[in-house]
Unconditional design. Structure first.
Length: 504
């Protein structure tokens, strides 16, 4: 079992012979009542990575550490500058499966090997408030680094580390830093001990992507956008595995952006190469949405029931809804993790890497950026215009429902095409992104109403077969019909407003 902790810390340079006694009086930091000596801990940490240092290149660290009060395996995932999620697993001889899964999108099938050993003597003090509550831990670490692979060098240094207490106010670190700076202490140039050890004991970690020159051609811009979406999938993988809020949805959006870009910009990238990858992205998006779509529908129906007055609730409708939702829940966390651990998913990541390394560019990729990209966005917008017009002209019913759903999918694609175009076309493209997002939301409300009505018919049928009163389902069905009718009534005016101000 692994535990997660949000770690907020700052590192500072220190003279080789510095100690905590050489620091300024930290009781003069606002809020600090006392500085408590916690003694010296001897720490022995071995850091693991692939032979080509894929984890270090992505600012991830994986270590096995003994000594101190948190011996075990630690995986640190970057959140923002100075903020990381530290995931702990019990001490064992090999890397725990719970942690190898969290780095699999980076490591793929490569072996994790020991790369650096750090031996640290950590002199610790606790900064506490007048009630004795911990505000932060400050330590002076005397570190010896030994290279275990990729070199055989050693290095030694001393550094100061200030770590905020759990649930502490990050602004407190600013107060401590102000006091340290006045004493001549400066921030460390290295983001972590591992980064410094790698830099001083052997070759530096390879970078996953070379810093690119500013995009010039249409192909440059398309590839920049695609790389960002590929990186989003890889970066979100650990969050999806940890069930972090909105991670599944965000990864699903990244897959949709990739698919839409391959489709919209088919004159720039050869679809004979991208279409098979689009199919695999569609599969992944489906797996990510196995439970999510049903969850959204259940939440909508539950909220609708909650809005009804008690006088309109006939029969065991809440229990019926719970039973219905449970029976339709076809996915599970276990299923999703199996997908992410599977060969098909890893092969998809490999295919994306290969495409971006050797992109199948067509002749239009060399065109001036504005010309080629404007043409693509305009083409998507014109197709959307045709779909919306066709939907408006149809009478209410299943045909219009299907037409509106197709328009909604095209609005998404147009939005993503405009997102890619925004750095080139500026405000017109950004305005179009906003308009498409609004239109997507409006048409999405209509589609949600269609799906809710299908569900209510199913629920009513089940209730009738069980001898229950179906009145409430009919009330909700009527409300959903009115919701859809409202969208349909407002769509012509909304679309005309969007169309009249579109400048792309």
């Amino acid at each position: 079992m692994a535990d997660t902790k949000r770690e907020i810390e700052r590192k500072y340079e220190a003279d080789a012979n510095a100690g905590l006694s050489d620091l300024p009086d930290l009781t003069r930091v606002p809020g600090v009542s006392a500085v408590i000596d916690k003694g010296v801990a001897e720490l022995d940490a071995t850091y693991y990575d692939t032979a080509d240092q894929r984890l270090a290149a992505a600012s991830l660290t994986l270590r096995r550490r003994t000594g101190g009060d948190d011996a075990g395996w630690h995986l640190k995932l970057p959140v923002s500058d100075g903020v990381r999620d530290e995931i702990h697993a019990p001490l064992s001889d090999t890397v725990p499966h719970t942690l190898t899964g969290l780095v699999r999108s980076r490591v793929r099938d490569a072996e994790l090997v020991p790369v650096v050993r750090l031996l640290s003597a950590r002199d610790v003090r606790h900064l506490v408030d007048e009630a004795g509550g911990l505000l932060a831990e400050i330590s002076v670490d005397r570190v010896r680094a030994e290279r275990l692979s990729g070199g055989d060098g050693t290095a030694q240094w001393t550094e100061i580390e200030v770590e905020l207490a759990d649930e502490g106010d990050p602004a407190f670190l600013d107060k401590v830093e102000k006091k340290l700076r006045k004493a001549g202490v400066s921030r460390s140039k290295s983001s972590s001990k591992l980064a410094r050890a790698l830099g001083e004991t052997g070759r530096k970690p390879r970078k996953e992507a070379v810093v690119e020159a500013a995009p010039v051609t249409a192909g440059d811009h398309v590839l920049t956008y695609l790389r960002a979406q590929r990186e989003a999938i890889v970066e979100l993988d650990p969050a999806v595995r940890r069930d972090v809020h909105d991670a599944v949805h965000s990864m699903r959006v990244a897959t949709r952006r990739l698919r839409s870009t391959f489709r919209s910009y088919g004159t720039i990238l050869d679809r004979a190469v991208t279409d098979p990858i689009r199919d695999e992205l569609k599969w992944l998006a489906g797996e990510l949405g196995v439970d999510r779509d049903q969850e959204v529908l259940t939440e909508r129906l539950t909220a609708a029931l909650g809005d009804l007055p008690r006088s309109l609730l006939a029969g065991p409708v809440r229990g019926r809804l719970r039973t219905w939702a449970g029976a339709r829940r076809s996915g599970s966390r276990r299923r999703l993790i199996a997908v992410l651990d599977g060969g098909r998913y890893l092969n998809l990541l490999v295919s994306l890497d290969a495409l971006l390394a050797t992109p199948p560019l067509l002749r239009a990729a060399a065109d001036t950026t504005e010309k080629a990209i404007t043409k693509t966005v305009r083409k998507d917008f014109d197709k959307l215009s045709g779909l919306v017009g066709a939907a408006v002209d149809l009478p209410s019913g299943e045909g219009r429902d299907l037409a509106i759903h197709e328009a909604r999918k095209k609005a998404k694609r147009t939005r993503y095409a405009a997102e890619l175009a925004a750095p080139v076309l500026g405000k017109p493209a950004k305005n179009l992104v906003g308009d498409m997002k609004s239109l997507q939301g409006l048409l999405g409300e209509h589609q949600d109403s269609v799906m809710a009505r299908l569900a209510l018919r199913d629920l009513a049928t089940q209730a009738h077969a069980a001898g229950e009163n179906g009145f409430t389902y009919g009330v909700l069905y009527g409300r959903e019909e009115r919701n859809a009718a409202s969208v349909e009534a407002g769509l012509p005016e909304t679309w005309e407003t969007i169309r009249s101000r579109t400048a792309v």
